[in-house]
Design a protein. Sequence first.
Length: 214
Amino acid sequence: MTRPPARNAVGRPRRSSRRILEEAAAELFLEQGYPGTTVDQIASRAGVSRNTFFNYFGSKSDVLWVDVDAALAGLERALAAGGPASTADEAMPSLQDALLGIAEERSNGAVPWALTQIDLMDTAWELQASGLERLLRLQAVLRVYLARLAPGVDELTIRAAAAATAGAVVAGAGAWAGAGVNRGELGAYLRSAIAPVIDGFGRTLARAGGPVPT
C-alpha cells in the first residue's frame, strides 16, 4: 500500500523517539494490519534504521504497550521508593494509593490506540500474548511490595493478594478503555475495580502480619 505523502520518511524529523516510532507503527497497523507489518517497515516509515528501532523496543509487540510499560515503570519506582505504610494493615491501602496515583498521572483521557483499534489493526491475538507478560510483571511488582510491607504474612497469601490486585487493575483498565468517548477518568474505574480486593486482603494482611522492620 502506498504510504500517505505527508507521512513518509522524508517528512519525519531526523531525531527519533519512542513516540515517532509508535505513531509510525500505528499508521502501518491501520493500513495493513499488525501481522502484515514488519519492524523494517516501521523503521522506514519513521525515517530511522532498524537498529534504532531496537534501541527503543525489544520487539514489534512492545510498540503496542508504550503507555502501559511507562505506567508499570512508574509504579515500580513509586513502590520501590517506599510509602507511608509502616505496618501490614496499611499495606493494601498504601498500594491502592500508589495505583491511583499512577492513574492520576495519566488522566488526560487518552486511551492507548492499541486497545481501541483492535479490529482494524488485527491485534487481538498479539494483545493477549504480550499482555500476559505485562500482567505477570505487574503481579511480580505488587508481590515484592506486599512482601516487604507485610513480612509476617505467608507467601501464598502475598501471591494471592498480588494476583487479585493485578487482575482487578486489568479489569478496571479494560472497562475504562471500552467505555467510549464519555468514559471519564481512569482512576474512577480502577478505584471501583480494586476496592473489594483492597478491603478483603487488607483485613487478611492485618490479621496475619506484624510491624515492618526498620
